[in-house]
Design a protein around this ligand. Sequence first.
Ligand SMILES: CC(=O)N[C@H]1[C@@H](OP(=O)(O)OP(=O)(O)OC[C@H]2O[C@@H](n3ccc(=O)[nH]c3=O)[C@H](O)[C@@H]2O)O[C@H](CO)[C@@H](O)[C@@H]1O
Ligand SMILES: C=C(OP(=O)(O)O)C(=O)O
Length: 433
Amino acid sequence: MAHLIVHGGRPLSGRIIPSANKNAVLPILCATLLTREPLRIHGVPEITDVKKILELFRTLGSDVRMDFVTGLLELRHEDTRFDPSIHRLPAEMRSSIMLAPPLLARFGVARIEDDVKGCTLGAREIDPHIEVLKSFGATIERSDDSLVIRSDGPLRATRHWLDYASVTTTENFVLCAALASGQSKLNNAASEPHVQEFCAFMQTLGARISGIGTSQLTIDGVDSLSGGEFHLTEDFHEVATFLALGAITGGGVEVKNSAPDQFPLIDRTFAKFGVHVVHEDGWSKTKANGPLKVAEPFTRNVLQKVEAAPWPYLPVDLLPIFIALGVKAEGSVMFWNKVYDGALGWTGELSKFGAHVFLSDPHRLIAFGGKPLVPAQVESPYIIRVAIALLMLAASIEGRSMIHNATPIKRAHPRFVENLRMLGAEVEWTGGD
Ligand SMILES: CC(=O)N[C@H]1[C@@H](OP(=O)(O)OP(=O)(O)OC[C@H]2O[C@@H](n3ccc(=O)[nH]c3=O)[C@H](O)[C@@H]2O)O[C@H](CO)[C@@H](O)[C@@H]1O
Ligand SMILES: C=C(OP(=O)(O)O)C(=O)O
């Protein structure tokens, strides 16, 4: 495990070109297994989860040429072989679950090990995925440490209505439907920007999808998918993270952002802490008037609040970043995680910085912000954005802090420490990988 040592108290300023969105890159990489034709993908970030999937592809015999300096991935799954008794899906990352449909389509069998989990945010349910696979005609067997999925022939098109708008289940539905015979329809589909980007990639390969960005997807199965070339776009999580780092340290970071249309609600959320986001000429930046201060609601007797839920609500993975702003800003805010039942357990760590927060129930936290903060040694759970939130606070407090177990940051943000240093931060990794 690697830890971060931070000497905080310096305003962070400068320009950042964000990397691609991990949650778009990973389903896209899984989807590549659906074709035997050559592929070129630009802007692939050097992050742990990408390296794990590419390693699996090499083990399966695929031709993988990855240049992390230019970000160009050249990939061909021509002589690819999968043996469920030998090969295992990459562990400790949720996206591995999206290897199941392509393996099934190509080899008639897939295995999902029980350690395919990702960040420790609470239950990471597998049942919605199993329901989707079954409705396409697959069969499921339970073994000691995994589920084995089989299909005797090509998957059959289906109609399905999800219990909730799950990101990876929606992507798995599309992965199954792309080559299934006939027309498939999904209701209560997720529509996050990364789901849209993934669908755009599928269209590049020739998948016939309509309704992208809505809660109803229609997919007309095709006989085969082609190769192609694709350019990944900037990660909205990384854009918001660097804007927040500038704001919390009293500096100002400008971040390249070619999709400001995704930001109105994110901007309004920043404004609740007195941070005004401006989008101009393909760049986003923040303007704060003095120290951060929570905007008082006009409604009497209600707390200012930030609610995170499936898109088009505020994305749940950004919540910890806003919690860090809520601890720093003077005033009280209620944070409401409407998605996960175990994503706020870490907030006890905030008291080590001198913060005052109150966990009302597993989904709701109240931050009484603006208290005097002191540097601290804190422990991050295995949650990417929590490690970042703790780092944000450390960077805003004068003195030496340490974030233990900050390694999850490497799952989503390449060159994170190098970028922070470029903005003027004094920060370094220590310990193993
Ligand atoms: C690789 C990837 O893309 N991971 C993302 C994906 O995970 P993932 O696709 O696993 O997340 P889901 O959208 O399935 O939601 C996660 C869990 O939240 C609960 N739930 C969710 C929605 C809802 O309306 N009701 C409900 O109860 C369920 O227990 C579910 O298992 O989407 C999550 C939610 O945006 C993000 O945090 C993850 O970063
Ligand atoms: C929760 C995340 O990832 P995963 O679903 O892979 O755990 C995340 O990207 O913040």
